[in-house]
Write a protein that binds this ligand. Structure first.
Ligand SMILES: Nc1ncnc2c1ncn2[C@@H]1O[C@H](COP(=O)(O)OP(=O)(O)OP(=O)(O)O)[C@@H](O)[C@H]1O
Ligand SMILES: [Mg+2]
Length: 371
């Protein structure tokens, strides 16, 4: 939420940088691997601290960094704890951060963006201040993992009593088509769904996902299965992000462990098991959702659960609706009732599970009670 005066300050910085000789003017120290520490005035430093005024600003800066790192996919987990603490994890498949910079990126003025000041619709950036500023105002701000070529996982924990957020974090913005029919944001609360919608609409080739830890884990799992298929088909030069291994995991406890240790995602063993059973649907991307919605009716977060048709070709069992599964169960129960009579057996309510191209139906039996 940059005010006009802020933007004036940023424009000036951009203006000065354009004409100044970078190497003599703005760089204080070369840190190696393309990273530098910038010279920056005290005024700019104070300005940067003021830029992080709400939870939405934190998400904006973290996703912006992922986008600048050339990510094709950004996954944002957004969970509230005890109605007060906001936990945010941002996972991306961008270029990653060299090990030697893992601590330094949280220091003021450390950036890799010095030679090309980056401008987007949110303004000019590349001051090396966002992570530093977030760290000052968040309860916790840390790098979970990052490796060159494998992406980055960042995590923030915010006390919303100190750093507020919009109350409504479920509504997506209202859209209107411009002359070319391209959707533009026309209104709605300035919440996190809106920040992410702005990225999804403006950054070509960037898919943005938002959900709970379990929903994001389900989405990563699904994407990993897809990725592993292209990989075994011999696709060259494929990036293998940290969640690449997920699709190989077959056991709930292992998935639970991998999610927390490797991805920084706390998901119960029960939910990890449900991910493996394909009981938690992968989310559709925000871009996909916004491309589908009726302009008059803004979307809600729950709409991200709508099954995208792209999934259909993959897991055949997913095509069946819950209602049709129930009706299969009812028919089975009816068919067994008559046969069971002859054996003095009674069937329990059938349990049906969808497993890729298979329905697994189990029918518990017990002795028929005398009536
Ligand atoms: N997700 C990421 N992937 C790769 N590199 C990252 C990521 N997040 C941060 N970095 C690195 O850390 C540096 C510091 O990030 P930070 O957001 O503090 O500053 P900045 O993006 O350079 O400028 P600004 O203050 O305008 O955001 C970045 O320049 C970038 O090199
Ligand atoms: Mg940044």
């Amino acid at each position: 939420m940059t005010s006009d005066t802020d933007r004036g300050g940023e424009d000036l910085l951009a203006f000065v940088r354009k004409f100044a000789d970078h190497d003599t003017f703005s760089i204080e120290e070369e840190l190696g691997d393309g990273y530098v520490r910038l010279k920056i005035t005290e005024a700019e430093r104070r300005q940067a601290l003021q830029d992080i005024r709400c939870v939405e600003d934190v998400v904006k800066e973290l996703v912006r960094n992922a986008r600048d790192a050339g990510a094709a996919n950004v996954y944002v987990t957004f969970q509230k704890e005890k109605g007060r603490w906001r936990n945010i994890t941002v996972l991306d498949d961008g270029v990653g951060i060299p090990e030697s910079m893992h601590r330094r990126i949280f220091e003021a003025r450390v950036t890799s963006k010095v030679r090309d000041v980056v401008q987007d619709t949110f303004g000019v950036h590349g001051r090396g201040m966002a992570l530093f500023s977030i760290k000052q105002v968040a309860d916790d701000m840390r790098l979970v993992r990052s490796q060159e070529g494998r992406g980055t996982i960042m995590q923030a924990r915010i006390d919303t009593a100190g750093l507020p957020e919009k109350k409504d974090q479920s509504s997506f913005p209202r859209l209107e088509a411009d002359e070319d029919g391209t959707p533009q944001i026309a209104g709605g609360p300035r919440n996190v769904p809106r920040v992410l919608s702005e990225f999804a609409l403006e950054s070509q080739g960037l898919q943005v996902f938002m959900g709970s830890n379990a929903e994001i884990l389900a989405t990563l799992f699904h994407h990993s299965v897809e990725m592993r298929k292209s990989w075994s088909a011999g696709e060259e030069g494929m990036r293998r992000p940290f969640w690449f291994e997920l699709g190989n995991i077959r056991e709930g406890r292992m998935l639970h462990g991998f999610a927390s240790q490797e991805l920084g995602l706390n998901v119960s063993e029960r939910n990890a098991f449900r991910v493996l059973e394909l009981e938690i649907d992968p989310l559709m991307s925000i871009g996909e959702l916004l491309g589908e919605v009726d302009a008059v009716l803004p979307a809600k977060r729950a709409d991200l659960h709508r099954k995208s048709h792209a999934d259909w070709s993959d897991h055949l069992a997913r095509r069946l609706s819950q209602d049709d599964l129930s009706s299969i169960c009812a028919s089975l129960q009816a068919a067994f009732a008559e046969i069971g009579e002859r054996y003095y057996l009674q069937a329990e309510t059938p349990v049906v599970k969808r497993r890729r191209n298979r329905l697994i139906i189990s029918l518990g039996l017990h002795e028929k009670e005398d009536t």
